[in-house]
Design a protein around this ligand. Structure first.
Ligand SMILES: O=c1nc[nH]c2c1ncn2[C@H]1C[C@H](O)[C@@H](COP(=O)(O)OP(=O)(O)OP(=O)(O)O)O1
Ligand SMILES: [Mg+2]
Length: 216
């Protein structure tokens, strides 16, 4: 099982699995890269390298949807590196804020990625409103150097809580309490987050479509 990456292409389900030994995780967010590495770990991939480690530039996220941004990040990394690349575009959608911050979730944290400030902005825009419903969304795109790309989406639903609780996870995790749980994502064991998260759901769809069952 070690030695090659068990990837196949959805457009050619009978095509041969990818025989290279490197998958690029096209993200510059260390929290995300850690979670994606956890999700990939059971598959025995030989080499998983992040876009940051390869010194790849961070493309401008000009897309109007999570899927469009995931695709442009994955394609940029696949073309620049010559390896298949997996990108994640994700964010927090707050119902009472008409889905904001959504695709602007990273940008709400400013250039210094201050999520204390981003979480404060969610709280202040919600004000005293009673509707605390929210979800995280994640689009995962797997792109190939020739431009082929497949995209999968996941969501997890819950409530915004205040004050923030917990110091695990990353981003908006301290203010998101998933349905059916009394703790925030930032208070959970990473394995428990992976059992229900938006990222894990998108990853399950990716595995079902793009991992060769003979080797994966
Ligand atoms: O599980 C999560 N738990 C908490 N917060 C999360 C999560 N998933 C996404 N988020 C928030 C924070 C992140 O910064 C933003 C995604 O923005 P997004 O552009 O996709 O990622 P990014 O700029 O941080 O890294 P990169 O584009 O290099 O992958 O949404
Ligand atoms: Mg980004």
């Amino acid at each position: 099982m070690h030695g090659t990456i068990p990837l196949v292409r959805t457009a050619r389900p009978s095509g041969r699995p990818f025989a290279g030994d490197t998958l690029v995780v096209a993200s510059h967010n260390t929290g995300k890269v850690r979670e994606i590495a956890d999700l990939l770990a059971p598959f025995g991939l030989t080499r998983v390298v992040s876009a940051g480690e390869l010194g790849l530039p961070e493309p401008e996220e000009t897309g109007a949807s999570f899927a469009a941004n995931a695709e442009l990040k994955a394609l940029a990394a696949a073309r620049a590196s010559g390896h298949p690349a997996l990108a994640d575009d994700s964010g927090l959608e707050v119902v009472a804020l008409e889905g904001a911050p959504g695709i602007y979730s990273a940008r709400w944290a400013g250039p210094d990625r201050d999520f204390g400030r981003a979480m404060e902005r969610v709280r202040s825009e919600l004000g005293s409103g009673r509707d605390r419903r929210a979800n995280f969304a994640c689009a995962l795109s797997l792109a190939w150097p020739d431009g082929h790309v497949d995209t999968f989406e996941g969501r997890v639903y819950g409530d915004i809580v205040w004050p923030p609780r917990g110091d695990r996870g990353f981003g908006y995790d301290p203010i998101f309490q998933p349905d059916g749980h009394a703790v925030t994502f930032a208070e959970m064991d990473p394995a428990d987050k992976h059992a229900i998260s938006h990222r894990a759901e998108a990853f399950r769809l990716l595995v079902a479509a793009c991992f060769d069952p003979a080797t994966g």
